[in-house]
Design a protein around this ligand. Structure first.
Ligand code: SF4
Ligand code: SF4
Length: 159
């Protein structure tokens, strides 16, 4: 996704330490990491897993405004251009930080913006079913459908 040339730091945001899984330390989706000092940072910063070091949400990369930092919007945006199985245009993953936040107007607007720009969008709620939204010009091939089934993601109508 297009981002402005902005240098950002996480600051007081620790949202991904809740929402996203970290395989190296068996941290599941949607649960605070045992090493997180919420709103402050990582208690094992110097030795944190590679996936934590590598993860940069779209806000950190410069997408959106200051007010869209994930601990404020309660959603995390993560865009990947190339995905195994091949989704033309890439995929925007939207992770919920607080229950219900996927229903807010900012998520709807961002989801529609991505779909209109040929980007697939996946919603990951803290509870309940995961959804994938497909750009109108694209089709769900058998290979892609299998990936969705394996990951318990249902193809859903546009918001
Ligand atoms: S969600 Fe983004 S801004 Fe917040 S801690 Fe993670 S990478 Fe940093
Ligand atoms: S190890 Fe540190 S950076 Fe990684 S999820 Fe836990 S608190 Fe966050």
């Amino acid at each position: 996704m297009d981002t402005k040339n902005i240098q950002r730091i996480c600051g007081g945001c620790t949202a991904c330490c809740k929402s996203i899984a970290v395989i190296e330390i068996d941290k599941p989706l949607g649960k605070w990491c045992q090493y997180c000092s919420i709103g402050r940072g990582c208690l094992m910063y110097a030795e944190k897993p590679a996936s934590c070091t590598e993860f940069r949400c779209e806000w950190l990369k410069g997408f959106g405004e200051e007010k869209h930092r994930p601990d404020r919007t309660k959603i995390i945006l993560d865009y990947t251009k190339l995905v195994k199985g091949g989704l033309p245009g890439g995929i925007l993953q939207v992770w919920e930080v607080s229950e219900g936040s996927l229903g807010n107007a900012h998520v709807k607007k961002t989801t529609l913006f991505a779909l209109e720009n040929e980007i697939w969008v996946a919603h990951f709620p803290l509870r309940g079913s995961r959804s994938i939204f497909v750009p109108r010009s694209q089709i769900v091939t058998e290979e892609i459908a299998l990936v969705f089934v394996e990951n318990n993601i249902a193809v859903t109508d546009w918001p």
